[in-house]
Design a protein around this ligand. Structure first.
Ligand code: AMP
Length: 217
């Protein structure tokens, strides 16, 4: 069973690695944020509650999250494994997750720490640019991802745009939340013996090889 959790600061490459793993192992990518958005689109009553929390930047209550996550993990497509995204966000959720696993008779599996330097993580976010026409993504601060001509798409010559929240201030806030809430999971899972630390200062294929060499054993 390939049950996988990532502990990753902003821009460590969690989304990319999740996608590569799902494709190779044909396991579902379960994002608690997406599950919440799906429920909100189907249930008027729950929508009010979910939107009141998510739109004000608050977390949805633990009980609510545990229920939707247990229901999702019971589905048969999770029998060979799954990748969790956005959960657990803190030690309280990690403890609740242990209970969910016990009830469903599943293993914790692999916990990957995507270890990336603070400065690289900052550059990956603050320098991010994308093409509004073809969707190509670039980075003005990371040498190998710079467009050939400043601010212009290599593929279709369209002027590149920057997302409003890709700035220093928002990055610092997200990083602080990660350090305060999520980083304590490192020692929690280290003690359990399930933590694998991956050097995420490399390109995506190199990071994938490190992860794959562990789970394909
Ligand atoms: P995300 O798509 O992961 O950015 O999540 C969007 C929003 O959903 C978050 O800002 C939270 O309000 C809520 N959310 C997602 N995952 C969790 C979680 N594990 N615990 C509580 N709230 C969550």
């Amino acid at each position: 069973m390939k049950n996988i959790i990532f502990i990753a600061p902003p821009a460590a490459g969690k989304g990319t690695q999740s996608e590569m793993l799902c494709n190779k192992y044909n396991i579902p990518h379960i994002s608690t944020g997406s599950l919440l958005r799906k429920i909100a689109s189907e249930d008027e009553e729950k929508k009010k509650y979910i939107e009141s929390q998510t739109q004000s930047g608050k977390l949805v209550s633990d009980g609510f999250i545990y229920e939707i996550l247990s229901n999702r993990l019971k589905k048969t497509d999770c029998n060979n494994g799954y990748i969790l995204d956005g959960f657990p966000r803190n030690v309280a959720q990690a403890k609740a997750y242990d209970e969910i696993l016990k009830k469903l008779d599943k293993n914790l599996g692999y916990v990957f720490l995507l270890d990336v330097d603070y400065e690289l993580s900052r550059k990956r976010i603050v320098g991010r640019l994308s093409c509004p026409n073809c969707g190509m993504v670039y980075n003005s601060l990371v040498l190998e991802s710079k467009p050939k001509i400043d601010n212009v798409c290599d593929v279709c010559n369209t002027e590149l745009v920057k997302r409003q929240d890709d700035n220093d201030e928002t990055f610092k806030k997200r990083y602080d939340v990660y350090m305060k809430e999520t980083a304590p999971l490192i020692s929690y899972y280290e003690k359990k013996g399930n933590l694998f630390s991956i050097d995420a200062n490399n390109d995506k294929n190199h990071i994938f090889e490190q992860i794959d060499s562990i789970i394909s054993k």
